[in-house]
Design a protein around this ligand. Structure first.
Ligand code: ACO
Length: 323
């Protein structure tokens, strides 16, 4: 039987940092309000001309180096993004070309903030089927391009960035080693579209549009949805809040993260938090947090790591893996 094992990870953040104080100069907000309501202190913003594929390629290069894998050993690229360079071709195809890869195939996956968890689940299916050997799974976003910078209820929440992992299908004869993706659980419910959406697109307005959100409504649904799919992961594997080593949630909002961990009984010291410095980078937030927790030595080989996300759609999902 084949398991999808994480071989390496990487990340990229644009150089420019926008603090809460910077935002308070252009909209009626304050550092206090933003920190209290969200835990966000700053976010990174892509430079003019810096595209989602540029961020993705930088993160992917770091992940390939960390995995000691040559680009041409990659035969599957999944880029989770809601902010593609162009309507088409897929940003993943640009990433493939940018990395000099001409084998296998590349596609984008759109599940907004849940994109990375969806992408891990999808890549895992190709690998465990034995159809592909090594996948680059990337979350990359330039949400700054989708924001209405005059709307204080949304522009303070998001940031730009990218993160990537290399997943490899590894034969695991017997039960001795349980490394790799253990279980994934994906959900969506399109009835919630109006609570979090972009008011533009090729077939509706013909414009790019801006993020629109009923913040309270999103918050109200988030914790229940998140904890449901995590309970599914625990039920499928027999693992628990006690047995996991690290909880790496989508970084939307500190209050959602804390409420979810508390409801599940996950100890605060097991929770990886980057939202204070990155803001909500949508599909990029989990792989950015993974890369940080790997680089600083928290996540070690053999650790049991729980990923979770919820976002526009609504979409939501969990992935449990042993590093
Ligand atoms: N600065 C100052 N005041 C603000 C700001 C701001 N940036 N934004 C809103 N306000 C005001 C509102 O206008 C309102 O004023 P009023 O009472 O005079 O009408 C007041 O603050 C309270 O607004 P609420 O929207 O009720 O504030 P709430 O406590 O719900 O916090 C927030 C808003 C932070 C968006 C919260 O609802 C939330 O975190 N929701 C989850 C949404 C989320 O995380 N979305 C990310 C994308 S989805 C995802 O990734 C899961």
């Amino acid at each position: 039987r084949i398991r999808s094992v994480v071989r390496g990870c990487g990340s990229y953040l644009p150089a420019e940092i926008l603090t809460n104080e910077d935002l308070a100069k252009s909209v009626d907000t304050s550092d206090d309000w933003i920190v209290q309501r969200t835990g966000i202190r700053q976010r990174h913003v892509a430079a003019a001309g810096e595209m989602t594929s540029d961020l993705a390629i930088a993160a992917a290069k770091e992940a390939l180096a960390d995995a000691k894998v040559d680009p041409n050993e990659i035969d599957l690229i999944v880029v989770a993004t809601s902010t593609p360079d162009n309507t088409f071709p897929a940003t993943a195809a640009s990433v493939q070309a940018g990395l000099g890869i001409t084998t296998g195939f590349a596609f984008d996956l759109q599940a907004v903030c849940s994109g990375f968890v969806y992408a891990v689940a999808v890549a895992d299916k190709f690998l465990i089927a034995g159809q592909h050997k090594r996948a680059l799974v990337i979350g990359a976003e330039t949400f700054s391009r989708l924001l209405d910078w005059t709307d204080r209820t949304t522009c303070v929440l998001f940031g730009d960035g990218a993160g990537a992992i290399v997943l490899e299908g590894v034969e695991q004869p017997g039960e001795a080693s349980d490394r790799g993706v253990l279980t994934t659980h994906l959900r969506s419910d399109g009835r919630h579209k109006s609570k979090l959406f972009v008011d533009g697109g090729p077939s509706s307005t013909g414009t790019v549009g801006h993020v629109r959100m009923e913040g309270r409504e999103v918050f109200r649904h988030a914790v229940g949805m998140i904890t449901d799919v995590i309970e599914d992961a625990f039920a499928a594997t027999g693992e628990s809040a006690q047995s996991i080593d690290w909880f790496i949630p989508h970084q939307a909002n500190r209050r959602i993260i804390d409420a979810s961990a508390s409801k599940l009984g996950i100890a605060p010291e097991k929770v990886v938090v980057t939202v204070d410095r990155h803001g909500n980078t949508s599909a990029a937030s989990i792989p950015l947090a993974i890369a940080e927790a790997r680089k600083d030595g928290r996540v070690k080989e053999g650790d049991l790591v729980l990923l979770e996300a919820m976002g526009g759609g609504f979409t939501w999902g969990s992935a449990l893996l042993r590093w």
